[in-house]
Ligand binder design. Structure first.
Ligand code: AMP
Length: 433
């Protein structure tokens, strides 16, 4: 199947050709035809499946087919995409711009964390497609800068995360300002009860699309755990990163303070590293992310809120400096690697107090996470995972390793997951700007 089989018009096909997209992904081939027809869609799919193009392409198609918008200030917002995070807003906006390159459509993203003046100026200039995070959108609506009276299509992207972040009231407020007769597209990685309810309330006879990846990213990732004491985590992190062939890594911490501390440690150890978290100004977060995408930064340190939905290719390693409090977060974190079918390594540094958290992760992903071998110790023999005895121990919490020896993991890992103990090339280790 090709994109022209899906009914997309010529200018869009040309953009796709320039981008080198030849075959639609599963979600694209299933979602584009009903969206072009004007139907509502309920899509259960994660980022990395080509979801953005699955709604962006037919939205651009419909806007163009319905006629060119009036020039300048006469433009009215005709499509709105609401997303949970600022980074995702920028990413989705960039996608619309690249897919609609040859179309004379104006697309802007509005999100918090930056001064609103540039966004207000762009809105005054006239906009066809608006991408927004819920908080800033409601802010700008209340100040009279956003008029949703002509919206033809609304997309709720990553709806489950918007609910988790407490945006439900904002979403309802936004929808009351749109015409009742409109097309609604709802995409969500998971379909918990509140999302099912929302879908029933707002979608009319939706086309239901569920994309289950053939091999989930979870299956192609090499999951590893390194039992370490809290004190030994910094040294273990550095030793691990130096022992592997690193393309790009993300280190996750639970707190903003922790993220800053780990970043300092990495920079002192010769890695180019920056942190993104909620206390960083949005333009700094965006610059950091761009530097990471272009390869100027090798190790990104992030808290969870800053990282979901981010699409960066070539992330070879995800490291959980702290084990996340809920197991679903682990899945989102490690999903940063293993995108688009490429494998990667996810290492969790697990202190004794975090073992219970690790066990609930193992329950969720349905497999045991093998211990990373330690060079020079009996534990360095290839391990198929902690044995059952150890798992019973972990329930009770005594500090023993599979061998039954005291929990003393501060000897540093000498083997880098699947990639072996190749030294880290000096050329890649540049100091941070
Ligand atoms: P998304 O799930 O929207 O975050 O997309 C994941 C990545 O796949 C993005 O980098 C897209 O540019 C890319 N992509 C989307 N659709 C296609 C396609 N049909 N062919 C090749 N790459 C694609």
């Amino acid at each position: 199947m090709s994109f022209s089989d899906l009914g997309l018009i010529e200018p869009i096909l040309r953009s796709l050709e320039t981008l080198g997209y030849t075959i639609p992904t599963l979600i694209q081939s299933q979602a584009i035809p009903p969206i072009i027809e004007g139907r509502d869609v309920l899509g259960s799919a994660q980022t990395g499946t080509g979801k953005t193009a699955a709604f962006a392409l037919p939205i651009i198609h419909r806007l163009l087919v319905k006629g060119n918008p009036p020039k300048g200030h006469g433009r009215r917002i005709r499509a709105v995409v609401v997303v949970p995070t600022r980074e995702l807003a920028v990413q989705v906006c960039e996608s619309f711009l690249k897919y609609g390159r040859s179309a004379a459509l104006r697309v802007i993203a509005v999100y918090g964390g930056v001064h609103q003046s540039l966004q207000v100026r762009a809105l005054r200039h006239g906009v066809d497609i608006l991408i927004a995070t819920p908080g800033r959108m409601v802010d700008l609506m209340e100040q009279g800068f956003i008029d949703l009276g002509r919206v033809e299509t609304m997309v709720l992207d990553e709806a489950d995360m918007m609910f988790d972040m407490g945006f439900a009231p904002n979403l309802r407020h936004i929808m009351t300002h749109m015409p009742k007769e409109r097309q609604n597209l709802l995409f969500s990685a998971t379909m918990p009860a509140p999302i099912e309810l929302l879908a029933r309330q707002i979608l009319k006879d939706p086309a239901r699309i569920e994309i289950i990846p053939e091999k989930t990213p979870l299956e192609i990732i090499d999951h590893r755990v390194s039992p370490v004491t809290k004190m030994a985590k910094p040294a273990a992190l550095i030793a691990y990163l130096k022992s592997v062939t690193l393309e790009r890594a993300i280190v996750f911490t639970r707190t903003k303070y922790g993220a800053d501390k780990v970043t300092m440690l990495l920079v002192r150890s010769g890695f180019s590293s920056e942190a993104i978290h909620g206390d960083k100004r949005q333009n700094v977060r965006q610059r950091t992310l761009n530097d990471f995408k272009t390869g100027r930064l090798q190790v990104l340190v992030a808290t969870d809120i800053a990282a979901r939905g981010i699409d960066v290719t070539g992330i070879s390693h995800v490291i959980n400096f702290d084990i996340p409090l809920d197991p679903e977060t682990y899945v989102h974190r490690v999903g940063r690697t293993g995108r688009a079918g490429a494998g990667g390594t996810a290492l969790s540094l697990c202190q004794p107090e975090e073992r219970r958290l690790l066990m609930s992760i193992e329950r969720l992903i349905g497999k045991r996470i093998p211990v990373l071998p330690f060079e020079g110790s009996a534990d360095s023999a290839p391990s198929e995972g902690m044995d059952d005895g150890d798992r019973r121990d972990r329930d009770r919490g005594p500090r023993t390793m599979p061998s039954g020896r005291p929990f003393q993991p501060s000897r540093l890992p000498g083997k880098g997951g699947t990639r072996g103990p190749r030294p880290f090339s000096a050329g890649k280790r540049t100091a941070s700007k």
